[in-house]
Ligand binder design. Structure first.
Ligand code: TV7
Ligand code: CA
Ligand code: ZN
Length: 396
């Protein structure tokens, strides 16, 4: 409709499920699944559906989820309803769910879990069957969920499930995580293997910032006989990092990991809470720098399978902008700055402080105040050096 031709080179598949987007975590909860509707509407308004294959996914089955999660936990998740929550209050402590907590029991929670997980599993399968070179699931990326409990807005770890799928056909998978939070659930799941390398960029401040893990020395089991030693990599950051610093750090560290580890598949978690103006995060990144990470990994993904997934992101209009932009990078299209005239939810983008109806307002999306930048050159160089040191133990 907008004259976008299907570019040669990359087959991109886009996995979604409309029903997943309609769930509510509760009134004041920062996680808003409708940001996925906003994202999809932007993607469709720009006509990007003509440059990719679109798949509406089925919910994951109990057996699929049990590939990672414990049956006890899954049974509980599938049975608990909001009105029972008082009765089974003690189980909250065991399984990590609870009223007023990070992981509330809400109406349709089990369906929501099966839908976003189903989409990540489908996306991985589409890569495995060579139907796609790049598969996208913006509804996934819930990196904190553990085998037996929910954590940090995450109930099912769709990333672990997708990586497990990929491992059935490829020897090595690289996981890269640009959400502002540490990718602890994924790191933990693959802590003792050298078949998955995890690399997370995040704000690190164990005293005040969730989940408190992901220091630079958290690199795998300290027992060097364990194959996982040196295969968990972390880039701990402070508030206020800017585009140039992040891009430089990302290219150096991610580039070195791809080169040394030489994975056959890459999973990129694109949590948009690392953008400036996020409700929970305090980085100063623009869409340009966030998208740069996607583009960099795509350019280094020749002959490798690439799974692009969502994650955090708590200012919905900016999440939608970033993920629409990143969808366009995957298909190789260039979008005009003025938003299409007839997008649904247009008012969400229109006021000056909401970005004035532009995809890249003022060449950036940050219309709010900037956060103080707490990084100096020495610190950033030491992070690069740390990754280089770890990679000396890795050879493929
Ligand atoms: C991947 N930060 C998930 C990120 C998960 C972050 C947290 C909240 C929060 C929860 C709410 C709420 C909130 C304004 C923000 C120590 C606590 C403090 C619960 C109230 N408003 C991802 C998880 C993080 C829930 N958790 O990486 C209901 O902020 O800091 C904490 C833990 C204990 C529990 N309380 C918060 O982006 C998707 N939670 C309002 C209502
Ligand atoms: Ca991260
Ligand atoms: Zn996050």
């Amino acid at each position: 409709a907008n004259g976008i031709e299907r570019p040669k080179g990359y087959n991109v598949s886009f996995h979604f499920n409309s029903k997943a987007e309609q769930h509510h975590f509760g009134q004041s909860h920062p996680m808003k699944p409708w940001r996925l509707t906003l994202t999809k509407q932007l993607v469709l308004s720009y006509g990007l559906q003509f440059a990719m294959d679109i798949f509406e996914t089925l919910p994951a089955t109990m057996d699929q989820l049990a590939a990672f999660h414990s049956r006890d936990y899954l049974e509980y998740l599938s049975r608990i309803t909001p009105d029972q929550s008082e009765v089974i209050a003690n189980n909250f402590k065991i399984f990590g769910l609870g009223p007023e907590g990070d992981c509330p029991v809400f109406d349709g929670m089990w369906d929501y879990c099966r839908l976003y997980s189903g989409a990540s599993i489908d996306a991985a399968r589409n890569l495995i069957s060579n139907q796609a070179d790049i598969a996208i699931n913006w509804s996934g990326g819930l990196h904190h969920a553990m085998k037996k409990w929910a954590s940090g807005f995450c109930y099912i770890n769709d990333i672990v499930l997708a990586i497990q799928q990929l491992l059935t056909v490829v020897p090595r998978v690289l996981y890269v995580d640009i959400d502002i939070h540490h990718g602890d659930g994924v790191q933990h799941a693959f802590w003792s293997t050298d078949r998955v390398m995890t690399l997370s960029y995040h704000k690190f401040d164990p005293e005040t910032f969730f989940p408190g893990t992901g220091g630079k020395d958290e690199t795998g089991p300290k027992n060097l006989v364990n194959p996982g030693a040196h295969y968990s990599l972390n880039v701990p950051l402070h508030d206020g990092i800017d585009d140039a610093q992040y891009e430089d750090l990302f290219d150096h560290c991610t580039g070195a990991c791809i080169e040394k580890f030489n994975p056959q598949a890459i999973v990129l978690q694109c949590g948009a809470d690392s953008l400036g103006g996020d409700r929970l995060g305090k980085f100063n990144l623009n869409i340009k720098a966030h998208g740069h990470c996607v583009d960099f990994v795509k350019r280094r993904s020749h002959n490798r399978r690439l799974l692009v997934i969502g994650g955090g992101g708590y200012t919905p209009r900016n999440v939608a902008r970033a993920w629409c932009h990143e969808t366009s990078l995957c298909v190789g299209a260039t979008l005009r700055n003025q938003l299409p005239a007839h997008i649904p939810y247009r008012q969400a983008f229109m006021s000056a402080e909401n970005g004035g109806g532009e995809l890249y307002p003022n060449l950036s999306h940050i219309t709010t105040r900037r956060h103080e930048n707490k990084h100096d050159k020495g610190y950033l160089e030491s992070l690069k050096k740390n990754i280089d040191e770890q990679l000396k133990y890795v050879e493929n």
